[in-house]
Write a protein that binds this ligand. Structure first.
Ligand code: TRP
Length: 440
């Protein structure tokens, strides 16, 4: 029954897949979360570990995840079922798909709240509410935003509605088109912002902070967070990239495509960090001040630069859109799964959005709930999903099927990747896990 569980839409252009997957990867994780956790975990050494995790664990697992989706052309739950049948493996592996559907909803809960802040700041910029204010007032302004239930609830609701709208519109029309123009525009704006920070902020201190590793500051938890963030920022470990992989044209090599996406995603995070930290240091803000970091530092710049409100409006709108192109990938796996089993796309979307919306209310109400969801999904659920994906593709599937699935240009590249997938990624994840619970 599952053999014809193939997807209806198919993105014919390779670029559409790259853009959609990049749209999923590039989001609040890069612009909001990366700078703030870098600040919290002490800078350079954290950044270095994060880069190593992207290269040695994230990219290899991402290639596997795209391959699982593309070689079955199905949603993550059915994809795993089809593959267990094909490879004669226990059906229990479909837990990867089901866990992903649940994980996506859990992420949406807090993600939509932060995206709501981005919408709030878009509005504040459009209406020039913080124009010319001194830094302490701008700091207090974030506390107002994050302290108001009604305000966060309103914007979060709007964001969930928008997410549902795009998902309901369908894969090609909704997702593919939206990212095609907006992603490049976001990069242009980040680069302009980087130039401004360079010219006016404390650029040297910021570079030292981000790129001089001081390993004495590196805690076990920092390593776990760096690994978790590698998964979070690449949208890995929960089937989002598998679901998109199902729409990727069959003839292209997955390797080059994934490397392009990983490179873009990493570059955008580093640029965001380099744009934010000079402002943090120049204005005597605390790099470790937490989730408000970007929502305080950037408005300080916008408040004082010429045309800052116009610039700030466009910037925050672009961030909101980047968040949107990510959040849709959080519920696409679940919606595609339900759709395949006779539940209309619009109904599935409504259900998923409702769950995310209600959970979001919980996050607004309790910052402990917010932080736990962020922590548990990024640092445990996603790496665990990634571990299972690596083990499945690395040891359960036959080497020939895997090789056929990824379509690499050279055998050397395949062998390198296959080694990373089978040994480096799983052992890396295991070691970090065991270390973080104190077992080694
Ligand atoms: N990668 C996105 C970001 O950095 C967040 C995201 C979207 C995500 N889809 C995902 C994270 C799936 C994990 C899994 O903002």
């Amino acid at each position: 029954m599952t053999h014809n569980a193939t997807v209806k839409d198919n993105w014919t252009k390779r670029w559409t897949f790259i853009l959609a997957a990049t749209g999923s990867a590039v989001g609040l994780g890069n612009i909001w979360k990366f700078p703030y956790i870098t600040g919290e975990y002490g800078g350079g050494a954290f950044v270095l570990i994060y880069l190593a995790c992207i290269l040695l664990v994230g990219v290899p697992v991402m290639i596997a995840e795209v391959m699982l989706g593309r070689s079955t052309r199905a949603n993550p739950v059915d994809a795993m079922l089809i593959l267990t049948e094909r490879e004669n493996a226990p059906k229990l592996w479909s837990i990867v798909g089901i866990g992903g559907v649940i994980g996506g909803l859990l992420i949406l809960m807090f993600y939509s709240v932060v995206a709501g802040w981005a919408l709030d700041y878009s509005w504040q910029s459009l209406t020039a509410q913080y124009d010319g204010l001194p830094a302490p007032a701008i700091e207090a302004n974030f506390d107002d935003v994050a302290g108001s239930f009604a305000r966060q609830w309103g914007w979060q609701s709007l964001f969930v509605l928008l997410t549902g709208g795009v998902i309901a519109a369908g894969v090609t029309g909704g997702i593919g088109r939206a990212v095609e123009i907006l992603m490049p525009l976001l990069i242009v704006f980040l680069l302009i912002l980087l130039g401004y920070s360079w010219a006016t902020g404390d650029f040297i201190t910021s570079l030292k902070f981000m790129f001089t590793p001081d390993f004495s500051k590196l805690t076990t938890e920092a390593v776990l967070v760096a690994l978790g963030h590698a998964f979070f920022t690449l949208s890995l470990g929960m089937g989002a990239i598998m679901a998109y992989g199902a729409y990727m044209p069959g003839e292209h090599s997955i390797g080059k495509t994934v490397i392009t996406i990983g490179f873009l995603d990493t570059a955008i995070a580093l640029i965001a960090g380099m744009a934010i930290f000079p402002l943090v240091f120049a204005n005597n803000l605390e790099p470790s001040s937490g989730p408000g970091l970007m929502f305080v530092s950037l408005p300080i710049a916008f408040a004082h630069m010429p045309g800052g409100m116009v610039f700030g409006s466009i910037f925050f709108i672009l961030v909101s859109i980047a968040a949107l192109s990510s959040s849709i990938s959080l519920i696409e796996p679940g919606v595609a799964w339900l759709e395949r089993h006779g539940i209309h796309r619009k109904v599935g979307t409504t259900g998923a959005a409702l769950i995310g919306w209600l959970g979001g209310i919980g996050c607004i109400y309790s910052s402990d709930f917010f932080n736990s969801l962020d922590h548990i999904t990024a640092n445990y659920i996603l790496p665990l999903g990634g571990l299972l994906i690596a083990l499945f593709a690395g040891f359960v599937m036959s080497r020939d099927h895997v090789k056929e699935g990824v379509r690499f240009d050279t055998d050397t590249f395949f062998s390198l990747w296959y080694f990373a997938l089978r040994y480096i990624a799983p052992l890396g994840i295991l070691i970090v896990f065991l270390h973080s619970v104190g077992l080694i």
